[in-house]
Write a protein that binds this ligand. Structure first.
Ligand code: DP6
Length: 419
């Protein structure tokens, strides 16, 4: 390897994902091996994603990382495990133009700079670690010319955060729990790509929360230690649901998809209640959203909207098509209006072209909304403004990609430091 002071870098974008059959509980805390399979939908990275630039240079004196502009420590075992695993798989890299020549063996001693940015607020409580670790592993694999396929890479991302392994693919993804002690068969596989079921529209209600939630990591550890329901769920319930959910996705069977997603989310939260001491992730607003959707689905006769909640109060609502999504948004805005001084374009973000279709792009449009006619009983008062911080409108999306445009890089190509 030449001693020149070149900087060689790669930038990639990786989506986040939402589980419709949940991962909750580990059988191995270090390797991050789950007690059951899980299935997720990848969300469109145009609306929710992580962008990461990774750089290598003989001039770097240590591994460093910046997250959303702030330097963070890489000393934690999850980062260390991912870096070690990916380095050991690095290949030869040559870029004649830049005078870069790296051999396989060099990756052990060359230092890395990593800059990562989420295109959504971290404080929103949306799974940023899933997209983050997936993007770290994917971008390093590209930088280091690693030959492993996305499933093999998912086994590395899994060691950063379990749910991250599902972000290596677009569309619909299954994380197979595997049975080997070394975790080599605990990998993600794609069930169908994002085009397979592109009628679906996803609306996320970012629910305001006053309390600091228990992290997924410690919450699931406590559930494994104390909840009998978790044992029953992992052994008896999830294996059957996984088969049914795969079938529902394959056949684009929205009724089964909804029934399975909603009951699985509710059982996950029941496991949290069955944990000692109990963990409460949903709040009154979450419960009101569930009532709204349940009543609407019942009044229609066939399910129109699925809901699922992770380790927090935010609702992820999956509408069967655009027309339903428009009605859903109108209903949501009727019950959860913005605070008086809020601009609609900042209250509904992501694909907010839906606002126009919903007739919600004009002055006083929210005040003029009528209660959803399908819902006979009220789900609560309409006057609690500010319960929902904002809505994100999105859809199933693609997997990780390299961003070839250098202007999107987060590190300076000369210094390898954040721009
Ligand atoms: C409720 O993947 O964040 O979102 O593996 O400890 O990093 P660690 O946990 P994490 O847990 C996600 C839990 C969940 C359900 C899911 O995504 O399947």
């Amino acid at each position: 390897m030449a001693a020149e002071k070149w900087v060689y870098m790669v930038t990639a974008q990786t989506p986040t994902n939402i589980a419709v059959i949940k991962y909750w509980g580990k059988r191995d805390e270090v390797r991050i091996l789950p007690v059951n399979d899980s299935i997720s939908v990848t969300l469109d990275p145009d609306h929710l994603c992580t962008v990461t630039t990774v750089a290598v240079s003989p001039a770097f004196d240590r591994d460093r990382m910046w997250l959303n502009g702030k330097e963070i420590s890489l000393s934690g075992s999850r980062y260390q495990n991912c870096l070690r695993e990916i380095r050991s798989r690095g290949g030869d890299v040559e870029d004649r133009e830049k005078g870069v020549k790296i051999e396989k063996k060099d990756w052990e001693r060359l230092n890395l700079h990593i800059a990562s940015h989420n295109n959504f607020p971290t404080a929103a409580g949306l799974a940023s670690s899933a997209a983050g670790f997936a993007c770290l592993v994917f971008s390093l694999a590209k930088l280091m010319n690693v030959e492993e396929d996305p499933s093999q890479l998912s086994a590395i991302a899994r060691q950063g955060s379990g749910s991250a392994c599902r972000s290596l693919f677009g569309g619909f993804v299954k994380w197979k729990m595997g049975s080997k002690d070394d975790g080599s068969d605990s990998v993600a596989v794609q069930l169908a790509d994002e085009k397979h079921w592109d009628d679906l529209v996803i609306i996320i209600a970012v629910v305001s929360s006053r309390q600091k939630e228990t992290s997924s990591t410690s919450g699931m550890r406590e559930s494994v230690e104390t909840s009998l329901l978790l044992q029953h769920r992992a052994k008896e319930v999830v294996p059957k649901r996984i088969v049914q959910m795969e079938e529902a996705i394959k056949n684009r069977d929205f009724a089964s998809f909804t029934q399975l997603s909603c009951t699985d989310s509710n059982q996950f939260h029941a496991v949290c209640l069955d944990t000692s001491p109990p963990i409460f992730y949903m709040n009154d607003t979450s419960h009101r959203i569930i009532s709204l959707v349940e009543k609407w689905n019942r009044s229609e006769g066939t399910p129109q909207v699925a809901y699922t909640f992770d380790a927090g109060p935010n609702a992820v609502l999956i509408a069967r098509n655009r027309k339903v999504a428009v009605q859903l948004l109108q209903g949501l805005l009727y019950y959860f209006p913005p605070k008086s001084d809020t601009d609609m374009k900042s209250y509904v973000v992501g694909d907010n072209s839906i606002l126009k279709e919903a007739g919600l792009d004009g002055e006083n449009s929210v005040e003029n909304l009528q209660p959803p006619p399908e819902i006979k009983d009220n789900i609560g008062t309409q006057d609690q403004k500010g319960e929902v911080s904002y809505f994100i409108c999105t859809r199933p999306g693609r997997g990780p990609v390299v961003l070839p445009d250098q202007t999107q890089a987060l590190l300076d190509p000369e210094t390898g430091l954040p721009k």
